[in-house]
Every structure is written in structure tokens, then in C-alpha cells.
Design a protein around this ligand. Sequence first.
Ligand code: CO
Length: 134
Amino acid sequence: MLGRLNHVAIAVPDLKAGIAVYENMLGATVTAPQAEPDHGVTVVFVELANTKIELLEPLGDNSPIQAFLDKNTSGGVHHICYEVDDIIAARDKLKSQGARVLGDGEPKIGAHGKPVLFLHPKDFCGTLVELEQV
Ligand code: CO
């Protein structure tokens, strides 16, 4: 079912400071900030040869990453994203095995313009998992 690792997402309290760490200290290429009001985040991508790191900053009052940042005040790894060929087939197979899909269970369009779903961390080794159909 699983394809490649698409990205690792890190929640940060201050996106400008996070960009500076990756651009200036680590010498990486970072994309321009992109507001994603539907997901309650502003996002940039750190472009690596084999994958991406997504830096997420809360956007708006009900950001889904705010509670995580309240607990992890310096920021932290928030989720990992795996690629799948067919997100509906993957969802249905996981649900049939008892896994919980977050939200209404229907894919939303993610930051790359592709359908995404999030899976409950308690069902996946304590890690929030995003599936992206590629
Ligand atoms: Co993501």
C-alpha cells in the first residue's frame, strides 16, 4: 500500500525563525510561505534530494497544530506523509482493519494540490500519519 515518503512535517511557533534555521544554518532551499486556510496552517517546504520537510505555522484561531505547539513550545515533528496510489482504496482497507481516519473521513486537497487524509496516531505507533494520493 505504501509508496514513498513524501514529507516529514515539523510544527514551528515562528515560521520566519524556522526558515532561517533551514536556509541560513543548514544551507537548504526553502520555498515561499503558502497560506492554507482550509488546513489552518502556513507552510513552506524545505527541498531535499530525496524528500521534503514541511514547516508548519498556525494560521487563524482554530489551527489544528496549536494544541501540539502548546505542548511542544519549541516546535516538533508533527506528522509524516506517505504516498499511496489510491487513497480511497487505502482508506477503506485501513478502516476494515480498525484504523481511525481523522475528520469526516473524506480526502481533502492538501498543500500539493493532491487528495490527503490523516490517520489517528494511536493506531500508527504514536505518529500522526498523512496519506497523499500521487
Ligand atoms: Co503534511
